[in-house]
Design a protein around this ligand. Sequence first.
Ligand SMILES: Cc1ncc(COP(=O)(O)O)c(C=O)c1O
Length: 445
Amino acid sequence: MAAHYQVTGRGAAEIAASVEAGVRSGALGPGAALPPVRTLADSLGVATATVAAAYRGLRERGVVETAGRNGTRVRPRPPVASRVTRRVPAPPGTLDLSTGEPDRRLLPSLGPALRRLATTAAQPVAYADAGPWPALVEAARARFAADGVTAADLTVTAGTLDAVERLLASRLRPGDRVGIEDPAWANLIDLVAALGLHPVPIPVDDEGPTVDGLRRAVSAGVAAAVVTSRAHNPTGAYVTADRAARLRRVLAGAGDVLVIEDDHGAELAEVPLSTLAGPNRPWALVRSLSKPYGPDLRVAVLAGDAATVARVQGRMRLGSGWVSTVLQRLVVDLWNDEKVSATVARACQEYGRRRTALVEALARRGVPARGRTGINVWVSTSDESGAVAALRDLGYAVAPGSLYRLGSAPGFRISVGALELSDVDKLADGVLAAVGEVAVAPVTV
Ligand SMILES: Cc1ncc(COP(=O)(O)O)c(C=O)c1O
């Protein structure tokens, strides 16, 4: 419990506002425990129902979460900005493998494209002329077609989560259920919570979401499901052709469940795309530029059925408007530059080398690890926080699985963005020491 922060208030709204103020000021940081309902009610002299209502409201907005005996805690990334930066820098000498950042050295330089833009994009673009930039839409359409996706309707968003948020908001309302992979990208879990949606876990094995998992989610009444096509974060899974065919069969009988495919790993994934989109049903495929070209571009292209794309684009018009055409033209230039394509292809190979080397080094030591595509390796262990702490003592920062898991087995994520091949064996020794041979949990999901 955050003993130094006193939650105040007489009514549910005041109590919730007081908790939120604590989050804003940084006094209630990510993971901070709130007092049990009864304790707080007694100390404030209010009914337990009042505190329960305050906590419920905060939960529905994704500010806090309630996890059984762990009580109510501030979520890892609540949708309230804090004045205090909480990210504790890894101690000096630590190799930070906990973030999903791409390796800066493997990103293409933006310099040449920006210099060209200085002449080609110098004229102001009027409100009336802005929107999805036609040359980007055409280029994206060709890229999707090369992956077997017919994308008649396309738009452009400010990254993956901007697309996912707009897609979910276009059909779902707070309280609705959404199927998400388990484990899943932590930021997606946080977004779903902030939208007041109920996540229904769909287990993931090396070939993507399991057929049974999707079937159960559909039976549970999900209105949408988010699936990572390739480079699944955190396990590196990708949806194989065979799995995609079986998942499509489940979806064929699933009414109008919106399927959102996140293909952020496209250019770094080494494996073909197998999509779940089918005729006569709502679908969206989102491809972000962040991992191959740099997260700061904030551009993703979104293909989908006509109604879904029109909803996303139309709603965006009423808000942020569009993604700046300067950025969109930058992407077109990057996509047309052969040197840039060669850099991205090299990055793909290099991430593959690092990931495979680590998975194999762990396998040689008897440590089961997953990581077929992308930049992450997932290690199962029965004592997740113990392993993360042990690795920290050995000089490695890795990400605890609790950030990614809904109900799946514990583990931790190692990102290879900052990993050198020469570090792999020493790291694998460290992982073995941290998980202990007997403590390794089975890799089943
Ligand atoms: C599963 C997944 N999708 C997409 C992205 C990229 O997100 P964005 O396009 O918002 O930068 C990431 C980045 O880590 C990711 O892990």
